[in-house]
Design a protein around this ligand. Structure first.
Ligand code: ZN
Length: 154
């Protein structure tokens, strides 16, 4: 891998993992998405590193994630206070999150997490700052060691 690379692809491949929606009340929001969209909630989980409670819905391979704050000083709480509920981040799966972060740094992207932190479902995640990406918060995720699935490069 060249340290001179100025962008993440094609050194790392991306696969859309989920799109996240910030919500005030996770139970109410899960109920709302189930009733109105007819989606089935796969799982609800607390993510201590994010001070958040998340719920996942499968939508054709990718997921919709609802994210609610568990503590008043979380980034989700701040986001909702500032912008209200709504789209919060896009999550892209990468095979090697350290490599992707190194490439992101080399590309001049501001990192929210300098190194990966534990994410939902035993994954490792890191966020790229929206100031570097046209206002979009991007989460990178590396799935656990059991990641046997090979992704077709899109
Ligand atoms: Zn997420």
């Amino acid at each position: 891998m060249s340290a001179q690379t100025l962008r993440i692809r094609p050194m790392t491949t991306f696969k859309l993992d989920h799109v996240a929606v910030a919500v005030s009340d996770i139970d109410e929001a899960v109920d709302n998405f189930e009733k109105k969209l007819g989606l089935d909630c796969e799982r609800v989980e607390v993510v201590p590193t994010e001070k958040a409670k998340v719920a996942f819905f499968d939508v054709g391979g990718a997921h919709v994630e609802l994210v609610a704050s568990t503590e008043p000083d979380s980034s989700i709480a701040r986001s909702i206070a500032k912008r209200g509920e709504g789209l919060h981040h896009i999550c892209l799966e990468v095979e090697d999150i350290e490599a992707a972060l190194a490439l992101a740094r080399a590309a001049g992207i501001r990192l929210v997490n300098e190194s990966p932190v534990p994410g939902a479902g035993g994954t490792r995640v890191a966020f790229l700052h929206p100031k570097s990406l046209n206002g979009v918060l991007i989460e990178l995720v590396e799935k656990g060691p059991g990641r046997a699935d090979q992704h077709a490069d899109k």
